[in-house]
Design a protein around this ligand. Structure first.
Ligand SMILES: [Zn+2]
Length: 195
């Protein structure tokens, strides 16, 4: 398997609407484990597949953010319903390192999905975990948390987003990062494999 890396804005795969997963294989389990590893290494609590350049409807999370604590969860083809209540709290994102902003999310929701072992998930989630699930599900639709904040807070973090963007573009120019076209070609291969 090619090595997976976290991608930041403005990687085009982050803006793709990820496709439903139709099949899994042995390599899929490796992808899941690698996503957990990358998530913990960057001190994240959730990671969507397109954040490692794979535009398929998969995300992993562990609200503890630590490998030997809490509960690891894998969601395949998640469908959110019965959203209730509103809660506002700060969020960050591994694709926008160092940027945080306050985001309104539903307090409670239901999720129907499958995990990586084929078990059906049909559960209610609340609080922090419900927030993670909404943030990661947004990724699968190509939506970032900064799309959901007020213009005022967006203005206050615009400089940080621009710095991340400029760094990305300069690494593309020097060839240390793949071009947009290469990223999209790799993404298409993953889609073909799992969708
Ligand atoms: Zn994120």
């Amino acid at each position: 398997m090619p090595s997976l890396n976290l991608v930041t804005v403005p990687n085009p795969v982050l803006r793709m609407k990820s496709k439903p997963i139709a099949r899994v294989d042995k390599e899929f389990q490796t992808i899941v484990q690698e996503m957990f590893r990358l998530m913990y290494a960057s001190k994240g609590v959730g990671l969507a597949a397109n954040q490692v350049g794979i535009p398929i409807r998969l995300f992993v999370c562990n609200p503890s953010g630590k490998p030997n604590e809490g509960h690891e969860m894998v969601f395949i083809n998640p469908v959110i319903s019965k959203q209730k209540g509103v809660e506002e709290a700060d969020e960050g994102c591994l694709s926008l390192p160092g940027v945080t902003a306050s985001v309104k999310r539903s307090k409670t929701l239901w999720v129907n999905a499958y995990d990586h072992t084929g078990n059906e998930i049909n559960s209610e989630y609340t609080g922090f975990l419900a927030r993670i699930i909404q943030h990661e599900s947004d990724h699968l639709d190509g939506v970032l948390f900064v799309d959901r904040i007020s213009e005022e807070s967006l203005n206050s973090i615009a400089y940080s987003i621009d710095t991340i963007t400029q760094d990305y573009l300069s690494r593309q120019r020097t060839g240390s990062l793949e071009s947009d076209q290469q990223a999209m070609e790799i993404a298409a291969k993953w889609e073909k494999q799992y969708c």
